[in-house]
Design a binder for this molecule. Structure first.
Ligand code: ACM
Length: 542
């Protein structure tokens, strides 16, 4: 809770009321502790009194909602889970325990909402369905599942909106796949903590995971690796398990994820990583490489010298793949990777060197820039935009490309100065495959060290930018690479509670960041994970 100038008078009023009220009223106002909400709302003021739910909970919805049924269903779920009482629709003018009001306001942040809890009812007001959705998520953290109906919930007023418009988590389904049900559960939890972007890493050297009908061998060949390295390859492990591993998501399944996410106000950004991290595709279509192959889907981790050759066949392949990807994923952004593409093969390739000469390019990095600018024009011709890892800057990315800064913050700073939009996603603070302690007992992780408080310390807007430049930092993203994260249990262990810390970084005002306050607000969230049978890392003793 932020004790700002507006909070103070209402607190004084609350204390004053306690002092002069009748005993029953005094009891009614005795609890004014702020509820444990993550991410912390932009403004939260406690009021006097409490709301007590009626025997039947009446919900009224007014305004022109895009999807009234979806919001009504969520409201019903939140209320029913909280108090286990029947929920019924109320008329617009009749008494309502919960009133949801959509009031269009072109000047308001579309993700904003206000939530007022008073003795006579709860009102959530927002300029869009998304705002109502987030207001209900906040209400769920106040009226927690199985709440004490007799005690009710405290009166308060929240006025909330996100600090950043891009609040993302990336999941690598290439190194290890996750069941559709597990991804849906992750989306459910992301929505509760007001994440709005799910970046889905679908292709890599070790497996291609999305069906492309025009290139069927991506499913039959590229999706399977014959075995997997045992232990931590970064520590020198070379033994293989001898067990074939693979699978892929059909386009129908991907659409199912997209619509499940959409219903939770989350965009799904697909990533087709190119020109590097493409060995799985080369195993099926070796003619796309600069050397004859053959290639096997990678069975260990790391970076391969074998990448796409910038040939006409490759562009036909990339465009064919992206056509189907864009038809499956309606997101504004298409992620085209661009990371970790060694120039070794292009240095030795007559075809690549001819293009460098013909186009007057400086070197192979500039050739990668040329390659991705060509891919970008294709994507833009379809009304979409590209996003790529910060290496895309090295070859001269087009200014309309959005840059995801992962090798620290500098790529993002450089990109913003060049006029790009940026998503900050530095290894130092948001690589969720990093270990959460230095103990040997920690489940498999890639190495390095990223404890909870370091995520909480993440600041997406670096010092030294002008206010105008800072507006190009769209937000931030946590990345969960899955070389060593094989099971749903382990995915959850890496995500929680670190993604709660990230949620607060990306949503709450910078000045309200408070590590001790965050720690105090964590236990009810962890109890909820327990109730939902979601795994997470236990907190270290403080
Ligand atoms: C990355 O971690 N290679 C983007």
């Amino acid at each position: 809770m932020r004790f700002d100038r507006r909070t103070l008078p209402s607190l004084l009023l609350a204390f004053c009321c306690i002092a002069i009220a009748t005993p029953a009223f005094a009891e009614d106002t005795s609890t004014t502790a702020a509820p444990a909400i993550i991410p912390l709302p932009a403004s939260l003021e406690m009021d006097a009194g409490r709301f007590h739910p009626g025997k039947t909970l009446h919900v009224a919805i007014t305004g022109k909602l895009a999807d009234r049924r979806a919001i009504a269903a969520l409201a019903n779920d939140v209320l029913r889970e909280a108090w286990h009482r029947p929920v019924a629709a109320a008329s617009a003018k009749g008494h309502a325990d919960l009133r949801l009001v959509l009031a269009h306001d072109a000047s308001a942040n579309p993700e904003s909402y206000t939530l007022r809890i008073a003795r006579d009812g709860i009102v959530i007001r927002a300029p869009s369905d998304t705002g109502l959705f987030y207001g209900l998520q906040t209400l769920r953290q106040i009226a927690t599942p199985g709440s004490d109906a007799k005690a009710g919930i405290p009166a308060l007023h929240i006025a909330d909106q996100p600090r950043f418009r891009y609040r993302g988590l990336m999941l690598d389904s290439a190194r290890h796949m996750q069941p559709i049900a597990a991804i849906k559960q992750q989306l459910d939890l992301m929505a509760r903590y007001k994440f709005n972007t799910f970046h889905w890493h679908l292709t890599d050297d070790q497996g291609w995971r999305i069906e492309i009908k025009r290139y069927p061998k991506l499913a039959s060949v590229s999706s399977m690796r014959k075995e997997t390295v045992i232990g931590n390859a970064d520590d020198g492990a070379t033994a293989r398990d001898g067990i074939p591993y693979g699978g892929y998501y059909t386009q129908a399944q991907a659409r199912e994820i997209v619509s499940y996410a959409r219903a939770r106000h989350i965009d799904v950004i697909p990533e087709i990583d190119m020109p590097g991290h493409m060995v799985a595709a080369l195993a099926a279509y070796p003619e796309l490489a600069c050397t004859p192959g053959p290639f096997d889907v990678y069975t260990t981790w790391g970076v391969s010298d074998d990448i796409l050759c910038p040939s006409p066949q490759t562009f036909a392949f990339v465009e064919g793949v992206l056509d189907e990807v864009m038809a499956t994923f309606p997101s504004h952004y298409v992620h085209v990777g661009g990371d970790e593409a060694p120039t070794t093969r292009w240095k030795q390739s007559a075809l690549a060197q001819d293009i460098i000469r013909r186009e007057g390019l400086k070197d192979e990095h500039a050739l990668q820039g040329w390659f991705l600018r060509r891919v970008e024009s294709f994507v833009r011709a379809h009304g979409r935009s590209i996003i790529g890892w910060d290496e895309i800057l090295e070859g001269g990315a087009s200014p309309t490309a959005t840059v995801m800064s992962w090798r620290g913050m500098q790529g993002g700073i450089d990109a913003v100065r060049l006029g790009h939009d940026v998503v900050m996603s530095p290894t130092s603070h948001v690589y969720l495959d990093y270990c959460q302690s230095k103990e040997k007992s920690e489940p498999p992780c890639i190495g390095n060290f990223l404890p909870l408080h370091k995520v909480y310390d993440f600041e997406p807007v670096p010092d030294g930018l002008t206010p105008e430049q800072a507006t190009h930092i769209l937000g931030g993203q946590g990345n969960l690479w899955t070389e060593y994260v094989k099971t749903t249990q382990d995915v959850q262990y890496m995500l929680f509670p670190r993604s709660f810390a990230l949620a607060e970084v990306l949503w709450s005002p910078r000045q309200s960041r408070d590590w001790n306050g965050f720690l105090q607000r964590l236990p009810p969230q962890l109890a909820e994970l327990d109730r939902l049978h979601v795994n997470y890392r236990r907190l270290d003793p403080q």
